[in-house]
Write a protein that binds this ligand. Structure first.
Ligand code: NAD
Ligand code: UDP
Length: 319
């Protein structure tokens, strides 16, 4: 049985990856310090003999007994609200955390896949973004703690590949959504759905003309799984190219939830990227991958998830 370590395993994406690797017959070790994660995301796995959980901060030395075939480094605060609240931990998990994972991988002779992000492109001057674009990031702006940690993480991973011959993979993830997102993580989808469910107006930042391209979580997991098993060490974008303005997205959520509330406009956060859409040619050619789930379908499943949460949680998430 192949053994995989998933850091950030109790988070949104990490927990979906745990599910997928369990389904594929792996022994899965999830590691998480729960700083933004939630044990409820993985509690259904605890009864399985091929699942283990380590409560550990990966910015500190990592010890895992036994062999490891793969390490997926997904630990990191991921929403602007989170990484603005805990900027130093964000920088540490992207730098010290990946160093620990790469060191562990050398000892175990394991392959490492890192969760990078479309944020490495910053506020992009090239549209759509392909992997050869180097990005437009403000290192000292509020988002710099996340963007630069991820850029460092890519550089460190590539250095281990080049200088130590380690097998590495880099996935640049574009905005992904689905069940198990946190209602109060500040990202636009949980924010809008939470507001609609509480009967509040939906807060659009800026004039809402900025764009994003939203990928359903199952599609992302499929892309990551294929990339891990490929032999390609350079970055690969995985995301859904269906681009939409945030204003239109708000209107879609109003329609989906049937709320009688309206859009209200708030100041745009500093350095908020104006446009974002992945060029997925590389993923299509190398991995034969492209997204399958439409926004309409994915949003419906995600809305059902948020509706099923206890009411206290819904109101605790108001901010
Ligand atoms: P999340 O906050 O739900 O999950 C992150 C997990 O990492 C949490 O469980 C958290 O407790 C854990 N963690 C954070 N610091 C840690 C540390 N020092 N030690 C151990 N565990 C730690 O966020 P997510 O959306 O699931 O994101 C997962 C990864 O994917 C992140 O690396 C993020 O940068 C990347 N990513 C996500 C998206 C997206 O749209 N969701 C987009 C691009 C990149
Ligand atoms: N956004 C918004 N209202 C909110 C939360 C976010 O208009 O309540 C905007 C935000 O300014 C950005 C877009 O939605 O332009 C996506 O934000 P998110 O935090 O989800 O992701 P990111 O900016 O990291 O892509």
């Amino acid at each position: 049985m192949k053994r995989v370590l998933i850091t950030g395993g109790a988070g949104f994406l990490g927990s979906h990856l745990c599910d997928r690797f369990i389904k594929e017959g792996y022994h899965v070790i999830a590691m998480d310090n729960l700083i933004t994660g939630d044990m409820r995301n993985i509690e259904h796995l605890f009864k399985l003999p091929n699942f283990e959980f380590y409560h550990h901060d990966v910015s500190k030395f990592i010890h895992v007994p036994g062999e490891l075939d793969y390490i997926l480094h997904f630990a990191s605060p991921a929403s602007p609200i989170d990484y603005l609240k805990i900027p130093i931990q964000t920088l540490k998990v992207g730098s010290l955390g990946i160093h620990n994972c790469l060191g562990l991988a050398r000892v175990k002779k394991a392959r490492v896949l890192i969760a990078s992000t479309s944020e490495v492109y910053g506020d992009p001057n090239v549209h759509p973004q392909n992997e050869d674009y180097w990005g437009n990031v403000n290192p000292v702006g509020p988002r710099g703690v996340y963007d630069e940690a991820k850029r460092f993480q890519e550089a460190m991973t590539m250095a281990y590949h080049t200088y130590h011959g380690l097998e590495t993979r880099i996935v640049r993830i574009f905005n992904t959504y689905g069940p198990r997102m946190r209602l109060n993580d500040g990202r636009v989808l949980p924010a809008f759905i939470g507001q609609a469910l509480r009967g509040e107006d939906l807060t659009v930042f800026g004039d809402g003309s900025q764009t994003r391209s939203f990928c359903y979580v199952d599609d992302l997991v499929e892309g990551i799984y294929r990339l891990l098993l490929s032999d390609y060490a350079y970055p690969v974008n995985v995301g859904n190219p269906a681009e939409i303005t945030i204003k239109e997205f708000g209107e879609e959520i109003i329609k989906l939830t049937g709320t009688s509330q309206k859009l209200v406009f708030k100041p745009l956060p500093t350095d908020d990227p104006k446009q974002r859409r992945p060029d997925i040619t590389r993923a299509q050619e190398l991995l034969g991958w492209e997204p399958k789930v439409s926004r309409e379908e994915g949003l419906k499943i995600t809305y059902d998830f948020f509706k099923s949460l206890p009411e206290e949680e819904l109101y605790a998430a108001a901010y």
